[in-house]
Design a binder for this molecule. Structure first.
Ligand SMILES: Cc1cc2nc3c(=O)[nH]c(=O)nc-3n(C[C@H](O)[C@H](O)[C@H](O)COP(=O)(O)OP(=O)(O)OC[C@H]3O[C@@H](n4cnc5c(N)ncnc54)[C@H](O)[C@@H]3O)c2cc1C
Length: 412
């Protein structure tokens, strides 16, 4: 019996969410809320309501005017270039800070293209000693005893979204206070995110850890209380591990122990699917190109998306539902569940056209096929050398200049 079949994604949203729940009985977690409806239409709505003046003022506060666009960029509903063009035309130079944040995503992605799976382990020698503890159960269960960190874990699990500042606090707590191996923590964290992305996630963890930055990121209670609006601190009764000056915390967390020697990068062993039939051509739609405006969507060629267990087997329910929302807007895309090679074989496909990606999981699925990898829409046209990819500030000197002319300063 074939272990793949075609799905009929319902147009009605309530039915759609229930349908995905039935089709993926193994998927963990709660249903996707209305607030996080997937798809390009919703992405454009969010883009059009960005207020860059408020963003410049308060983006670092948990209740600041951030865009909540990351899951939409992650799944290709909107490109970074579209977003940058839109805010630059509406707000001119006042959009610089927002565009610079978009640039972080582009930067991490370029590093992913450059280093491949090398981003999954230490890129540089860490600048402080890092720990190698396993992720404790109290983190997995969200019972750290610290209301602020429990709050982050609650948002992560219930919403699939955490504000950037809270992600930084949490990563620093896990890596520097608890001395957990950042790689295990990063994998766990990503598995709950609606915007889960290898580059933005793993490289941010490395940035916090100091294996891809000049120094470790850490914070104190004053910083957390200020940017969270005392949300957790006001009624907190615990002996706060963050309540100290930066100098004292540095001493406490890192002492004067010399940096650990670089760890050996682990090589991932790639699975291959043998298949050699070369008949029809199809567009393979993957999870980074779910937009009706994508150039490949306009070609009169069959378009196929496969929920392949190798990639989506561990995704939480709400993220699968988010993807289904996106797919429901792509009227002529066939949606299948099963093994990619088997589905393409069933559809007589030998040659595939798709958007390029640094994601090896996707590349491996298409390994047996003659694949035409089309370049992504570029965020900036400028060539960014390998040397500039070593630090965001060097990358931004070049990218920012293309976007805003001679920019006075670069923040990184
Ligand atoms: C430990 C950690 C893990 C992270 N994991 C992910 C992840 O898996 N996927 C992901 O998309 N982002 C990740 N980020 C980056 C960032 O936290 C989110 O992109 C941001 O919080 C999304 O919220 P927003 O769309 O409201 O952001 P806004 O502030 O409105 O920014 C607009 C867009 O700019 C991009 N952006 C902003 N800040 C960053 C950043 N620091 N790094 C990369 N892109 C950025 C995002 O695409 C975002 O949607 C992580 C950050 C940290 C510290």
């Amino acid at each position: 019996m074939a272990n793949f079949y075609k799905l009929a994604i319902p147009q009605d949203r309530t039915e759609r969410l229930q349908y995905i729940k039935r089709m993926f009985p193994q998927a963990a977690g709660s249903m996707l809320s209305d607030e996080w409806r997937g798809g390009r239409r919703e992405a454009l709505k969010r883009l059009n309501t960005i207020d860059t003046e408020a963003y410049n003022r308060n983006r670092n506060f948990l209740n600041g005017a951030v865009s909540h666009l990351s899951p939409y960029f992650r799944h290709g509903c909107l490109t970074l270039k579209e977003a940058a063009d839109s805010v630059r035309s509406r707000f001119g130079d006042q959009s610089q800070k927002f565009v610079q944040e978009l640039a972080w995503r582009d930067y991490w992605r370029r590093v992913w293209y450059e280093l491949g799976d090398g981003i999954l382990s230490d890129i540089e020698d860490p600048k402080v000693k890092l720990g190698d503890k396993l992720l404790p159960d109290f983190i997995r269960q969200g019972i750290t005893g610290l209301p602020c960190m429990d709050g982050v874990i609650r948002d992560l699990k219930h919403e699939g979204y955490v504000h950037n500042h809270a992600r930084m606090w949490f990563a620093a707590y896990v890596v520097h206070w608890l001395k957990v191996d950042w790689r295990e923590a990063a994998d766990w964290f990503e598995s709950y995110l609606l915007d889960g992305d290898k580059a933005s996630n793993h490289l941010s963890w490395q940035w916090v850890a100091s294996s891809f930055s000049a120094k470790p990121y850490y914070f104190n209670k004053e910083n957390l209380a200020r940017y969270s609006g005392e949300k957790h601190c006001a009624s907190c009764k615990v002996n706060c591990p963050f309540d100290n000056s930066y100098e004292m915390l540095f001493e406490k967390l890192f002492g004067d122990i010399p940096p650990e020697t670089a760890k050996v990068r682990s090589e991932t062993i790639l699975e291959r699917v043998p298949f050699s039939s070369k008949r029809a051509i199809a567009i393979y739609v993957h999870d980074e190109m779910l937009s009706s405006a994508h150039p490949l969507m306009h070609k009169p060629i069959p378009k196929i998306f496969v929920f392949d267990i190798k990639v989506y087997g561990k995704w939480p329910l709400k993220r699968l539902q988010f993807v289904a929302d996106c797919l429901s807007e792509l009227m002529d895309v066939e949606v299948w569940i099963g093994n990619t090679a088997e589905v393409l074989q069933e559809r007589n496909v030998g040659q595939v056209i798709t958007q390029d990606t640094p994601n090896k999981q996707i590349k491996n699925l298409l390994e047996p096929f003659n694949t035409n990898w089309q370049p992504e829409v570029k965020f900036v046209e400028a060539e960014i050398s390998e040397k500039r990819l070593k630090r965001f500030s060097r990358y931004w000197d070049k990218a920012g200049t293309e976007l805003f002319g001679d920019i006075a300063s670069s923040e990184s």
